[in-house]
Ligand binder design. Structure first.
Ligand code: HEC
Ligand code: HEC
Ligand code: HEC
Ligand code: HEC
Length: 192
């Protein structure tokens, strides 16, 4: 009996902390779009631009990627770019607050952008966080406001999950993680 009494406060604390963390990391931060990252990360941007993910929204338009569509069983002349069955994985921040809604409202969020992997930047690029005046920001402080601490398979699986992709598909993170992504450049400053 003594044991239950001892555990209860810990459980209560865990319950208290969990929802707060979920809200902070996923819900409260606006998406800024690739242009908002490009000005300080030109090298990553250039390299990202050459990846297929940068062009992911274009692929949904009629007459684009005709061969791939025929192979996958899609109609190459159909416009899939407003099709809710498709856009979610071909844009930035789908169904997340401030994420892509339509090309008219959120043109800067078409395609798989930086924030699909690194987290919505609306807060972590504000003063006091990741700025040119604060190059030695503390990573943990940015992570608390939406930066993904270490991009990994979890980020990819939102879209590369064979259970959700609407065609025959397999995804092997270990072998694919270095192919379709931007080149990596060592960080200059200390963020620990
Ligand atoms: C005003 C400039 C500026 C803007 C805008 C900016 N960053 Fe940064 N970012 C930096 C600086 C400075 C660093 C630290 C660089 C270093 O240590 O070499 C950094 C580091 C990073 C890192 C490494 C994180 C770590 O510590 O592990 C990532 C990832 C990153 N930025 C992504 C983004 C994304 C995504 C956006 C857009 C939402 C963005 N940045 C916008 C200046 C900026
Ligand atoms: C669950 C996420 C998801 C959904 C939903 C989704 N896609 Fe995709 N799509 C992907 C991924 C991941 C790839 C990359 C596959 C690969 O690695 O070859 C892809 C690739 C494609 C390609 C191939 C481009 C090329 O050059 O090879 C086309 C075309 C495409 N999708 C169209 C569609 C259409 C049309 C729909 C709606 C009917 C759709 N997608 C829905 C995730 C998705
Ligand atoms: C498909 C996922 C993905 C996308 C999209 C993406 N990144 Fe990254 N990025 C990574 C991974 C993985 C790393 C390695 C560091 C890590 O594990 O978090 C990384 C590292 C970085 C770093 C740290 C320095 C470096 O070069 O390693 C910066 C800065 C960065 N990305 C900026 C960007 C910017 C800016 C964009 C958009 C133009 C972008 N990233 C798009 C996955 C992505
Ligand atoms: C928001 C959804 C989304 C996220 C998150 C995402 N991807 Fe993608 N990725 C796509 C789509 C859609 C395509 C296909 C783009 C096209 O060709 O139109 C793609 C294409 C690719 C390709 C190129 C496939 C080819 O046929 O050459 C690779 C490799 C890839 N992604 C790896 C990753 C990895 C690794 C991660 C996680 C670090 C990741 N992606 C995160 C949606 C996503």
């Amino acid at each position: 009996m003594k044991r239950t009494a001892y555990l209860t406060p810990i459980v209560a604390l865990a319950l208290l902390l969990l929802p707060v963390q979920a809200v902070e990391s996923q819900e409260e931060h606006a998406f800024v779009g690739v242009q908002g990252c490009k000005k300080c990360h030109l090298k990553e941007w250039k390299s990202w631009q050459e990846t297929k993910m940068a062009e992911a929204f274009e692929s949904l338009k009629p007459g684009v990627d005709v061969e791939a569509k025929e192979k996958l069983g899609f109609d190459p002349q159909k416009d899939y770019s407003a099709d809710a069955e498709c856009v979610g994985c071909h844009v930035t921040g789908w169904e997340q607050p401030g994420g892509f809604t339509s090309t008219e409202e959120t043109p800067d969020l078409a395609g798989v952008g930086c924030e699909d992997c690194h987290g919505a930047g609306g807060t972590y690029i504000q003063d006091g966080y990741m700025t040119l005046k604060n190059k030695e920001y503390k990573r943990s402080e940015l992570v608390a406001v939406g930066l993904v601490e270490k991009v990994g398979v979890e980020q990819c699986m939102r879209c590369h999950d064979p259970e959700k992709v609407p065609f025959d598909y397999t995804f092997d993170y270990e072998s694919q993680k270095d192919q379709g992504m931007h080149e990596k450049f060592p960080l200059k400053y200390n963020h620990d």
